[in-house]
Ligand binder design. Structure first.
Ligand code: BGC
Length: 742
């Protein structure tokens, strides 16, 4: 090698090293050498077995735990949350996993941009399966561009606990809505030839004591609620992975739970991909391996040398290790990460922004609109915009789903007191609190009301905010509820005395509109005083434009609640979150072990409110529009043990819109079910005066109960009352049919 070539190679190496140091890594782009398993016409299972036949024991072990970077060496990982080194001699690339629940995370460390989408709870509010697919497409596309080949988003723990800190990463309280939405989302990811996963399996429905809590729920309720969401999501997406949760389920850790992993996920669902542990959620070698865990993440404490020894001694059969490896490799072949590895390029920022806005416009729910105050018209002379840093930003969800905002936090946290330790890292917000994206509702409102005086008040002093509101035609109060992995909200109340702010402003101006930027449902003690209310959840990087477009009527709101909004904590199945009152006294997560008894069983969300005859603040499936719809002509016909439901929806108002038409069923009394369940829906686009016939096919699974004795699904023979309408509480059409059952 000449001196010149040597020095060029050295400087390339130096550059590469710098890239790795920034989390740039080598990505998942390695070229695969030829081998018979590279024949794309062969089935993924066959290709996986051909590779396994060539692998040494060490190579197999290497694939079933997180990669270790020797001290003092630069990490070849891509900078994501998880990394499994590949086997270059066999053409198996590294697996680079990125947290990407609402957008690709950890961008800042490598100076990469990622689009922050609306929260997945907001996505669920769209009830739009095409939107779900688009959501996954954006994530898959940006992962590819950044050199990743696996998304570890896909949260689908249902909202048993409306104060759960991670509800913004999940898809609401109904297993069928949640399962269908996450299924399309993950399909969207995998259609980009990026592996996806669903998490956190299962019953990780609260963050309080998530590393120590023991969720208690009977099998029937489990299969018909929390696990059903996974079953549907996996069936519809064929996701490569499932991440088992931190908590225990009926006494066994979720990552060594034979019932949920082996018996349900692998046997009953027929899941062909692999189970990885949540980070640090592996608790054993032998038990976990035999119960169905396939990969320890992110370390090697149990599935490294310990597993190797267990296999050598025969304690864990080689066949089981081969099964773990097979599941990983077959998924890589099936999704296409070996045949079509990611190629880095600059993320298409513009496309991402457009997609984020389109998704946000479909996910914002209009909850109240007295006297049709909205949409605002151009004649409004003065507008007071108040609160939630609406002059500069939109709040986002924290923890491992936190996407890094371009240019940094739009509301920089105050510097820590001298000598104090930062609270950054997983499990909480970065030091100082919530992260705001640089997207200003104030600016977006000004752009749509160029002739109005639009003033801003921070809302820190309710009296000052009220005085600005009083001197304005209209007041728009933005309030927020920052939520994060690692902690729950103690109550459904808005934090930081924002209820007092809204009450003061609404008292000063009867034309007060409230915009909620929240992780999940909140209470609204001021609801009778506020004239209009929008639930924007966390609306993403183009949230401000989407909110303004809805406020000014450029977009007609069409979203509906994927969760019940309760009037008070006392109305919930558990007025207080289990473990909330415990004081740290050792144990993982700082708390002593405790049970989380899900005594409500099947009655999650609206099913609870129905059973208890409690009036919610806003019911599941509710959302207003700037037009109105009428339902008529219901016909229900049995289709085997499923149903064909047809009816007409008419737009009776004066502007075009999209109506989410919801179909519920009451099962025969002998089935022992809550009074009704959602079994289908359609989102129908209608011009003013237009009427459409809608057909919803209800599959038998959605009408089934889980029969514990038979250990299987069953359609109970008898009368099924089918109810159709625009929310779980407004169901004008009803018809009863008999199903034979099975
Ligand atoms: C979270 C997971 C996440 C993982 C990796 C865990 O603490 O529960 O959702 O994927 O960290 O960041």
């Amino acid at each position: 090698m000449s001196i010149r070539t040597l020095s060029i190679s050295l400087s390339i190496a130096a550059l590469a090293a710098a890239a790795f140091a920034q989390g740039g890594g080598r990505g998942s782009e390695q070229q695969a050498p030829a081998g018979p398993w590279m024949d794309k016409s062969l089935a993924p299972d066959q290709r996986a077995d051909m590779v396994i036949a060539q692998m040494t024991l060490d190579e197999k072990i290497q694939l079933v735990h997180g990669g270790q970077v020797p001290r003092g060496t630069l990490s070849p990982s891509n900078g994501g949350a998880g990394w499994i080194p590949g086997i270059p001699r066999l053409g198996i690339p590294d697996i680079n996993m990125a947290d990407s629940a609402v957008g690709v995370t950890r961008g800042a460390a490598a100076s990469r941009y990622s689009t922050l989408l609306p929260s997945t709870l907001g996505l669920a509010a769209s009830w739009d399966l095409k939107a779900g697919h688009l959501y996954g497409t954006v994530i898959g596309r940006e992962l590819r561009d950044q050199g990743y080949n696996m998304s570890i988003g896909g949260g689908v723990d249902i909202t048993r606990e409306p104060r759960n800190g991670r509800n913004f990463e999940y898809d609401g309280e109904d297993p069928i809505l949640a399962g269908k939405m996450v299924g399309q989302l993950m399909k969207g990811v995998q259609d980009q030839q990026i592996m996806g996963d669903l998490k956190h399996y299962a019953l990780n429905d609260q963050e309080t004591g998530r590393n120590i809590g023991n969720a208690i729920l009977d099998k029937r309720s489990m299969r018909e609620s929390d696990l059903l969401a996974f079953e549907i999501g996996l069936r519809d997406s064929q996701a490569a992975g499932v991440m088992c949760a931190y908590n225990k389920i009926n006494g066994d850790w979720a990552c060594e739970n034979d019932y949920t992993l082996n018996q349900v996920l692998k046997k009953a669902f027929g899941f062909q991909g692999w189970v990885m542990s949540d980070w640090g959620g592996t608790h054993s070698t032998d038990k976990a391996a035999k119960a169905g865990l396939d990969q320890e993440m992110p370390g090697s404490g149990f599935f490294g040398d310990a597993l190797k020894k267990a296999v050598e001694s025969g304690e864990v059969p080689m066949a089981r290790l081969n099964d773990m490896v097979h599941r990983i490799l077959r998924s890589m072949f099936a999704v296409g990460v070996i045949d079509n590895p990611p190629r880095r390029q600059v993320v298409d920022v513009f496309k991402g922004l457009d997609d984020a806005q389109a998704l946000a416009e479909e996910s914002i729910v209009l909850l109240k609109n007295n006297g049709n105050q909205l949409p605002l018209n151009g004649a409004v002379k003065s507008i007071a915009v108040i609160g939630s840093h609406a002059d500069v930003g939109i709040v986002s969800g924290g923890g491992s789903a936190q996407v890094d905002p371009p240019g940094g936090n739009a509301v920089p946290p105050p510097p820590p007191p001298a000598g104090a330790q930062g609270r950054g890292g997983r499990g909480g917000f970065g030091r100082g609190g919530a992260v705001y994206f640089p997207d200003s509702p104030l600016k977006a409102i000004r752009a749509r009301a160029p002739n109005a005086r639009v003033s801003f008040d921070a809302g820190t002093d309710p009296a000052a905010a009220a005085s600005l509101a009083k001197s304005s035609d209209v007041a728009i109060v933005f309030v927020n509820q920052p939520m994060s992995e690692g902690r729950d909200a103690a109550t459904l109340s808005l934090p930081e005395k924002q209820d007092d702010l809204v009450a003061a402003v609404a008292a000063a101006n009867p034309k007060t509109i409230v915009v909620l930027e929240t992780g999940g449902p909140v209470t609204m003690p001021w609801i009778d005083k506020a004239n209009a209310v929008l639930a924007a959840f966390y609306p993403g990087i183009r949230g401000a434009e989407a909110i303004a477009n809805i406020l000014f009527g450029e977009v007609n709101p069409s979203a509906k609640l994927p969760v019940t909004f309760a009037k008070s904590d006392a109305d919930l199945p558990h007025p207080q979150i289990a473990g909330m009152n415990l004081t740290p006294a050792g144990g993982r997560g700082g708390l002593p072990p405790f049970d989380i008894p899900y005594t409500e069983g099947l009655k999650v969300g609206y099913k609870w409110f129905d059973a208890e005859n409690k009036e919610p603040l806003f019911p599941f499936g509710f959302g207003l529009s700037y037009t109105a719809y009428a339902y008529s002509g219901l016909k229900v016909t049995p289709a085997g043990n499923g149903l064909t439901v047809t009816f007409s929806v008419k737009n009776t108002g004066r502007r075009g819109g999209q109506e989410i038409a919801e179909v519920y069923a009451s099962l025969p009394p002998g089935a022992g079910e809550p009074s009704k369940r959602l079994v289908g829906w359609d989102k129908v686009e209608l011009a003013p005066g237009q009427s459409k016939t809608v057909t919803v096919n209800v599959e038998p699974l959605f009408l089934s109960i889980f029969n514990e004795e038979k250990n299987g699904w069953q359609v109970v023979g008898g009368d099924y009352k089918v109810l159709v309408g625009g929310s779980s509480k407004t169901l004008p059409l009803a018809n009863t049919v008999k199903l034979a059952g099975n």
